[in-house]
Design a binder for this molecule. Structure first.
Ligand code: 5RP
Length: 220
């Protein structure tokens, strides 16, 4: 059973005519975009999509989803995946290095819906926190994150030699703090380091978390 597809397709059925829809990034959001595209083709669903990355932009194009940007329209509903969801509905995102644009769009949406399979649920966020940084600041940001207690690594690219470059032309540092006791505090603290654009802790704005499980779909 493909739990990501199950939950993404279910939420895609909730999208209504006239909505401006934030299109998340990752393998779960990919299914959501696919299903919205199918509904546009079959039901003439009339929406505008706001991509959160080049991945979602290209997928939206493939499915002929009309596109706008956050510079033009407010977002009614954003639908996005996550790498971890804790018991207080804090998220860790940025496994695909798209968390900066995702956060701008997801936080601004009137409704932010998270779609995950149940492997993403955790008591406390504990994976390394992705931190997008301006390249020139990376040494200093690594030192600062170190002094805050994190083990750090600049994320390397699978597609070329050297560091991964984000859609915004920056590096990503993965900062491992171990289990995180205070996600809102850490989100704020990391973003205060000069050179940091955005980090992958999402501690506010989540309206609904919809989870695919082997026993069906549940809402947290
Ligand atoms: O934050 C993200 C990309 O930056 C993704 O939403 C997150 O990595 C979840 O991906 P997937 O649905 O493939 O498990």
């Amino acid at each position: 059973m493909n739990l990501k597809k199950m939950v993404a397709y279910k939420v895609a059925e909730e999208i209504r005519d006239g909505q401006v829809v934030g299109l998340g990034t990752g393998s779960t959001a990919r299914y959501f975009i696919e299903r919205v595209g199918m509904r546009i083709e079959k039901e003439e669903l009339d929406i505008l999509g706001v991509p959160t990355s080049y991945q979602s932009l290209f997928l939206a194009r493939d499915w002929e989803i009309p596109i706008t940007s956050i510079m033009e329209h407010d977002v009614d509903v954003a639908v996005d995946g996550a790498d971890e969801v804790d018991k207080n509905l804090n998220l860790l995102k940025g496994g695909g290095a798209a968390h900066t644009q995702e956060k701008i769009i997801d936080y601004s949406a009137s409704e932010f819906i998270v779609i995950v399979d149940d492997s993403k649920l955790t008591d406390k966020l504990k994976r390394p926190v992705p931190v997008e940084v301006i390249p020139a600041s990376s040494r200093l940001v690594c030192e600062e994150l170190n002094s805050m207690g994190a083990e750090v690594k600049i994320r390397m690219s699978d597609a070329k030699d050297g560091p991964l470059i984000t859609d915004n032309g920056n590096f990503v540092i993965d900062a491992d703090f171990g289990p995180i006791d205070d996600p809102p505090g850490l989100e704020y603290e990391i973003n205060n380091i000069p050179g940091v654009l955005e980090n992958g802790i999402f501690s506010r704005g989540v309206d609904r978390v919809i989870v695919g499980t082997r026993d069906g779909i549940i809402e947290l």
